[in-house]
Design a protein around this ligand. Structure first.
Ligand code: ADP
Ligand code: MG
Length: 234
């Protein structure tokens, strides 16, 4: 469903991604791991059309999307939860969620979607009329994911959803991501919590210095010595 084909992204003269290829199949959960600065955010932003490609192409459901504006990608079924969350802290939680349902199909479905988001994140249901800025970091992350789900995505892209969350919330967050996947949404999960990412996904790509240095089934990668040493502290 998503094919990233030999893309290169540069910031100025310095390449941040080199000849990077990756794919996600319908309904699949794929994780992308790698150290800080490996190019994970650059990759996810490139998929969302927010980074110019110096080479290669990105194909979504058979259509080249490399030059498409973000709102069209959203309508075609791609949704991003950025690392920074980017909520409107002065608006209510309900208003933030409704902003995710911009295209006509999502708008029509928004009451049902809101109900589904509240089922997924019971803590959010209690907070719908509070301003988003009054929520804890974990609750704000739930709203950010909920807002993306309001667009009825076929593929949800998550950039380090567990970053900065209290340990007590991290398990809930991963369970919610699993539930989203179980309900049929494909997920591309960028994570620094490598053991959780390997446990929850079926396939994993390992990035370093803007390249894929390993990929394969998550269960198999979790057994490899070099992965265990580098990322699992074994
Ligand atoms: N806006 C930017 N301008 C210049 N360099 C950037 C920018 N964003 C990221 N980089 C560089 O690109 C590389 C990849 O960064 P990034 O994609 O953020 O990595 P990750 O998300 O894996 O930590 C790093 O070397 C980083 O310093
Ligand atoms: Mg990043």
């Amino acid at each position: 469903m998503l094919q990233v084909r030999s893309i290169q992204v540069k910031y100025g003269a310095a390449p941040a991604l080199w000849d990077l290829s990756l794919n996600v199949m319908p309904g699949e959960m794929v994780s992308v791991i790698g150290p800080n600065g490996a190019g994970k955010t650059t990759l996810i932003m490139a998929v969302m059309g927010l980074n110019l490609l110096a080479a290669g192409e990105i194909v979504w459901e058979g259509t080249r999307i490399s030059t498409m504006p973000a709102y069209q990608l959203c309508e075609r079924g791609l949704a991003l939860v950025p690392e920074s969350r980017r909520l409107f802290t002065g608006l209510s939680v309900r208003e933030n969620l409704e902003l995710g349902a911009m295209h006509p199909r999502a708008r029509q479905n928004r009451l049902r979607s809101l109900e589904q988001v509240c089922d997924l994140f019971p803590a959010v249901r209690q907070k719908l009329d509070q301003t988003a800025g009054t929520l804890s970091g974990g609750q704000q992350q739930m709203v950010a994911i909920g807002r993306a789900m309001m667009a009825l995505p076929k593929l949800l892209l998550l950039d380090e959803p567990s970053l900065g969350l209290a340990p007590s919330i991290v398990g809930d967050m991963f369970r919610a991501i699993e539930a989203i996947h179980r309900n049929g949404t494909a997920v591309m999960l960028v994570e620094q919590n490598v053991s959780r990412a390997l446990a929850i996904s079926s396939r994993t790509y390992v990035l370093r210095n803007g390249r894929v240095i390993a990929d394969g089934s998550s269960a198999e990668l979790a057994q490899r010595d070099e992965i265990r040493r580098a990322y699992l502290g074994v």
